[in-house]
Design a binder for this molecule. Structure first.
Ligand SMILES: Nc1ncnc2c1ncn2[C@@H]1O[C@H](COP(=O)(O)OP(=O)(O)OP(=O)(O)O)[C@@H](O)[C@H]1O
Ligand SMILES: O=P(O)(O)O[C@H]1[C@H](O)[C@@H](O)[C@H](OP(=O)(O)O)[C@@H](OP(=O)(O)O)[C@H]1O
Ligand SMILES: [Mg+2]
Length: 336
């Protein structure tokens, strides 16, 4: 059989972090050649590719204002449109929607409707595009968002997207940096469950997370933080330190996780993504707070073998994959 070629299009940081060289060795033993794609050179001269695995989130975000990134992206898109048989992990429109929290929160909201009987939800939120303080206060009340609120940048990926804040009162709303989402903070005992999906497989790891806060407005100053300081495996922050008396909740049931991943996989039409969930300490409801494109899979020793199996399965079933559900049917959400 002719050698199959899989191109990888990753940032230097991502390539090193995932140890692509080690993965290429593993693939070599199965007759699959791994090629590192250089987006600065025409892609056609580096092909052909049976599959391309990529994380172009930084390039897509930069291409909004940077002509060099626009050229890199155009090079990629040109190859994709002229080689329709090449399978993309993942399709560009599917992953691009997750770059925008306005879009990904609509997906989370939709998911909570389809998984209602499984007691899965996502916290109420607002899309904020205006600096009109009275309009924001009014919308927070109308939508019955509860304080504290967590404020997240509209752009969901890249180095600037992890700067967040906790807002404790209507007066603190002026600290929100636009455009952003405001989301009700849910007490969850400082435990984050990161679900990492690779094709048909998924793995859950526990991470530190923000500690509990008293419910309701108070005159505390806004807390600014970087999400990577609180929810990486090595994170050790005063914002995650729980009172020792706080009881630990049992982990979410695997049945519910399976249902959640199945629904999300179909909804997104993606194979490499992560979903972050917490368990509400008052209602025990499984609460979705974030969906990530091609995450780090830290703490998942099966990542390489699962990725290889998925690539082999894609190669085997090429041309017979059902199309993803249309992203058009998302509920309307007022933007402020
Ligand atoms: N609604 C919420 N209620 C309680 N805690 C939350 C909520 N949303 C986020 N958090 C906390 O803030 C952290 C960062 O949130 P989020 O996952 O949305 O950020 P991110 O920058 O997109 O993270 P990632 O690195 O996974 O992409 C979470 O790990 C969790 O500790
Ligand atoms: O595996 P987890 O802990 O979920 O962390 C991921 C974050 O969720 C992603 O947001 C990071 O991607 P960006 O650097 O594109 O934001 C992603 O960066 P990476 O693409 O360099 O792996 C990871 O930091
Ligand atoms: Mg994220």
């Amino acid at each position: 059989m002719a050698k199959r070629r899989v191109g990888f299009c990753l940032s230097d940081k991502k390539r090193k972090r995932m140890n692509l060289t080690a993965f290429a060795d593993l693939c070599g033993h199965r007759g699959i050649e791994v090629v590192e794609i250089d987006l600065c050179r025409p892609m056609a001269s580096q092909g052909p590719f049976d599959v391309i695995v990529h994380k172009l989130s930084d390039v897509i975000v930069e291409a909004e204002h940077d002509s060099q990134s626009q050229h890199l992206l155009a090079n990629f898109q040109e190859y994709v449109s002229t080689h329709p048989d090449t399978v993309l992990l993942d399709p560009l429109p599917a992953m691009t929607q997750l770059l925008d929290r306005f879009a990904s929160y609509r997906i989370m909201n939709k998911l909570q409707n389809s998984l209602r009987d499984r007691c899965v939800c996502s916290p109420p939120y607002l899309e904020i595009n205006t600096s009109d303080q009275s309009a924001i206060r009014e919308a927070v009340e109308r939508k019955q968002l509860t304080y504290p609120l967590i404020c997240k940048t509209r752009v969901a990926h890249g180095s600037r997207s992890h700067e967040m804040s906790l807002i404790f009162s209507p007066a603190g709303l002026s600290d929100a940096r636009l455009p952003c989402v405001l989301q009700s903070f849910v007490n969850h005992g400082a435990v984050l469950h990161k679900v990492f999906v690779v094709g048909e497989a998924h793995f859950t790891v526990e991470r530190p997370s923000l500690k509990n806060f008293p419910l309701g407005p108070c005159d505390r100053k806004t807390i600014f933080f970087n999400s990577h300081e609180v929810s990486k495996p090595e994170s050790c922050s005063h914002l995650t330190a729980l009172d020792e008396k706080t009881p630990r909740l049992p982990p979410p049931s695997e049945d519910v996780m399976v249902a959640l991943v199945r629904e999300l996989r179909a909804e997104l039409g993606m194979a490499l993504f992560g979903v972050d969930v917490i368990v509400n300490i008052d209602t025990r409801t499984l609460t979705i707070i974030d969906i990530n494109i091609f995450p780090g899979y830290e703490g998942v020793p099966q990542f390489f073998s699962s990725l290889l199996s998925h690539i082999e399965s894609v190669l085997e079933h090429r041309g017979t994959v059902p199309p993803p559900r249309s992203p058009a049917a998302l509920p309307h959400q007022a933007v402020l």
